[in-house]
Design a protein around this ligand. Structure first.
Ligand SMILES: C[S@@+](CC[C@H](N)C(=O)[O-])C[C@H]1O[C@@H](n2cnc3c(N)ncnc32)[C@H](O)[C@@H]1O
Length: 320
């Protein structure tokens, strides 16, 4: 586009830009260089006074193309962007904007929601050739097919927080391990023994892949229902219960593997009303008291928001 412009020595260019910007006279067009000079386009309006030498001329300028804002929520797992479906969204346009703005993303999928016992997302691939990827977080690599196994990159810092609480020598049971992000991260940074179970055969397949990928030797993968598996692993020092939609239902089973001192990382999606959270803590404590022991709450925190009224919470308990 043709603009009136200022030709000025490059040593004054930044000062001209600042003045034009302040007076809202700088259009969204690229400056041009011409040897020692810079050509700066100006919008119509009163020309400011400059105390240095310049000339006015006309020239063609290229518009500055700013990336379009991406109006959608999406997670990134490895090189896959997973867009949360919303009614009326222009999926193709959003996918193109993501691919243009994020050079590390090669595949785009739309997420129609997480369903069923295995918590697998219902996905449609928009760009790319497969749902398999390798995700990196905190120095570990997680291979996963996101259409066959649950995986959330949003739990990375929560996993790291758990690692920081684990001591060498512990025996740990990861009840709902998925493809193993909690287990792999703990095993990578601590000398521990881990039993990791999942009911989804694809999850256990990828857990085994991740054990190889991260050169881990201390995890025992177990394909099965945690309600049964827990009966055969003996007493452990720590239990990870990452099944936030139905952890409460599984809590009595977890008690089969506890002894005095066992710590339980319990995750649940709850209404953010403090009374509901406190009621849940009391209910869990009652379940333990029925077994003749006590449950102490060490701490709890919100992991991430879940819906307008509910959040995912992490509770750390100790059996005493
Ligand atoms: C929310 S995902 C968590 C996976 C993993 N901890 C992570 O952070 O990616 C819950 C997992 O529990 C598994 N699961 C559901 N019911 C189960 C059961 N009865 N026994 C064992 N695993 C189960 C699902 O297959 C799923 O992989």
């Amino acid at each position: 586009m043709r603009f009136r412009c200022i030709r000025v020595n490059k040593k004054y260019a930044q000062r001209v830009i600042n003045i034009l910007r302040k007076k809202n006279l700088l259009p969204d067009f690229r400056l041009k260089k011409d040897g020692e000079f810079v050509l700066i386009p100006i919008k119509n309006g009163d020309m400011p006074d400059f105390e240095f030498e310049y000339t006015i001329e006309f020239s063609e300028f290229e518009p500055i193309r700013r990336p379009e804002p991406i109006k959608a929520r999406f997670d990134v797992v490895g090189d896959i962007a997973i867009i949360k479906f919303a009614e009326g969204m222009d999926i193709e346009k959003i996918a193109m904007a993501i691919l243009t703005n994020h050079k590390n993303i090669k595949k785009v999928a739309v997420d129609y929601g997480v369903k069923g016992e295995t918590r697998v997302r219902s996905l449609k691939l928009i760009h790319g050739d497969s749902f398999e990827t390798i995700h990196r977080e905190y120095g570990i690599r997680i291979k996963v097919d996101v259409s066959k196994v649950y995986f959330s990159p949003r739990l990375a810092s929560e996993r790291w927080r758990v690692v920081s609480q684990v001591n060498d020598g512990e025996i740990i049971y990861d009840m709902f391990c998925g493809c193993g992000p909690f287990s792999i991260m703990i095993a990578k940074y601590r000398k521990v023994k881990i039993f990791a179970s999942d009911i989804n055969p694809h999850a256990i397949y990828y857990l085994k892949e991740n054990i190889k990928l991260n050169k881990i030797t201390t995890i025992t993968p177990i394909l099965g229902d945690a309600r049964e598996v827990v009966k055969s692993i003996g007493k452990v020092d720590r239990i990870i219960m990452n099944l936030p939609h139905s952890a409460y239902e599984f809590f009595p089973y977890a008690l089969n593997a506890v002894k005095s001192g066992t710590r339980i990382h319990y995750y649940e999606i709850l209404n953010r009303d403090a009374r509901i959270i406190n009621r849940r803590i009391v209910e869990l404590q009652k379940l333990v008291e029925e077994k003749g022991t006590k449950l102490k709450l060490i701490e709890y925190h919100m992991v991430h928001p879940y819906s307008p009224s509910s959040d995912m919470y992490a509770f750390l308990f100790e059996v005493i």
